[in-house]
Design a protein around this ligand. Structure first.
Ligand code: ACO
Length: 431
């Protein structure tokens, strides 16, 4: 990317000119890569909240206007017209697939959906109450022992990417079956990606699962909504580990661990837990809203607020609508959905949330939708992971293919003690 403008910076007795990069959507970034040499200083930006760590062609997020696009396509169009694997192809390859390309990609997904028989033993070693995210992260790291570990610029990337997308879905369903003490259900070549997952989760030798097209449709949409979101915490973890030239499995495993956190993808589980608490606490919604506003309490409303969106998260808007679609077609209801809607209404009319631009994020309604499909609460972040994988793979590929790729190495502003004289142990006093 060529700089066409310059920014001036004056610091102490030095004046420096810094190149200004302008993205295709008009985003302006001051290039400070040479600042240390030019002015002998660094920049300070806690949590990198206003720092672009890369130049990327993958996902565009406009947090002020609530816009999200993958490879230039609006999320609303992709959710309406595509399957999850079509969008996965778009992310990884950069273009929408032709019918023939999609067929080939589906074939890869089918061919690589099984996991090595020796890996089955691993499931038995985990305690029954293990969190499925712990199992998933360990199993994904283990994949590098069983399958060729892709480093960068590998011609077999297509197969490894498909292998990972397919196997993570299988591992997720197997870990659920193991937690239930039930035999695992193998993937079937005649089923689509999402139908296969539901079948592996809910079918049993005594009770075959009835695959309902409306549930499959919603699952496709949900996974599409999770696919990518720029340089968030987990994607940055994937890029960071990849920057050390670690293999794809190790990098993705780091992303899984980051996503697990309740401030990130783990928020969908936290939302359902909070809604259950409210239901069992005499449905006292206001109590939880007040607690979230109380600066003496560490509690925050999970599923509310976003580092980038200062407007309604477009993904949350789609999920809100999908609740009507799914509950209508299943002819069922969920008391947690009513609580969520009331909670949203109260928060959106409260000055605290209005002043801080806090709106529901993607995690606010997804848990309720997954619950309606029968997905248990501790599997919710796993569902997010299955959806996010194509994004991580695309981001890993983009970052490792860059000619000028550098290892991530942020600076710090040291604020500890200056040089101290060493004190031998027998002369040290208790602090
Ligand atoms: N409940 C109550 N107050 C909140 C919330 C919330 N959910 N989110 C932010 N605030 C308040 C903060 O306390 C702060 O108030 P102050 O200005 O009086 O100190 C103000 O809003 C700004 O908050 P920050 O922490 O600066 O916002 P940031 O953009 O850094 O944080 C985050 C974003 C982490 C998502 C935050 O909104 C949050 O903790 N939300 C709840 C967890 C959640 O839903 N995470 C999922 C995000 S989506 C995703 O990762 C897939």
């Amino acid at each position: 990317m060529q700089a066409t403008e310059k920014a001036q910076l004056k610091i102490r007795d030095k004046e420096v000119e810094l190149p200004v990069l302008v993205g295709t959507e008009g985003q302006v970034g001051i290039d400070i890569t040479k600042l240390k040499q030019q002015a002998g200083c660094t920049t300070y930006d806690i949590g990198f909240a206003n720092t672009a760590s890369c130049i990327s062609n993958i996902t565009y997020v406009d947090g002020i206007n609530g816009v999200l696009r993958y490879r230039g396509f609006n999320i609303e169009d992709l959710v309406e017209h595509c399957s999850f694997i079509e969008v996965a192809y778009l992310l990884v390859h950069g273009v929408l697939p032709t019918a023939a390309e999609l067929k080939k990609f589906s074939r890869y997904l089918n061919q690589h959906s099984m996991i090595h028989e020796n890996m089955h033993h691993f499931f038995n070693g985990f305690p029954a109450d293990s969190h499925p995210m712990a199992i998933l992260a360990s199993m994904v790291t283990s994949l590098s022992s069983f399958y060729p570990s892709l480093t960068h610029k590998d011609p077999t990337f297509d197969i490894t990417g498909a292998r990972l997308i397919s196997k993570v879905r299988t591992i997720a369903a197997f870990s659920f079956k193991k937690s239930q003490g039930e035999p695992v259900v193998y993937p079937r070549h005649d089923l689509s990606f999402c139908a296969n997952f539901l079948n592996m989760m809910f079918s049993s030798p005594v009770n075959p699962y009835e695959i309902r097209p409306e549930v499959v449709r919603i699952l496709n949409k949900l996974l599409i909504l999770h696919v990518d979101h720029g340089q968030n915490c987990s994607t940055t973890a994937v890029r960071l580990i990849g920057s050390a030239r670690a293999n794809l499995y190790a990098s993705i495993s780091a992303g899984i661990c980051a996503l697990w956190g309740p401030l990130h993808g783990g928020a969908n589980q936290a939302v359902i837990e909070m809604l259950k608490r409210i239901k069992n606490d005499q449905r006292n919604i206001k109590k939880y809203v007040d607690m979230a506003k109380d600066k003496n309490s560490p509690f925050r409303l999970p599923g509310f607020g976003h580092a980038v969106y200062k407007n309604y998260d477009p993904r949350a808007r789609i999920c809100r609508k999908m609740c009507d679609e799914l509950f209508g077609s299943l002819q069922t209801s969920d008391p947690l959905l009513d609580i969520a809607r009331e909670l949203e209404h109260i928060a959106l009319n409260d000055d605290y949330f209005i002043e801080r631009h806090l709106y529901p994020n993607v995690d606010f309604y997804t848990g309720i939708l997954y619950r309606a499909m029968g997905i248990p609460t501790n599997m919710l972040t796993v569902m997010f992971t299955i959806g996010r994988l194509p994004g991580w793979i695309a981001q890993w590929k983009e970052s490792t293919e860059e000619e000028s790729a550098k290892i991530f190495r942020p600076r710090q502003i040291y604020n500890g003690p200056t040089r101290l004289d060493f004190i031998p142990i027998d002369q040290r006093k208790k602090a």
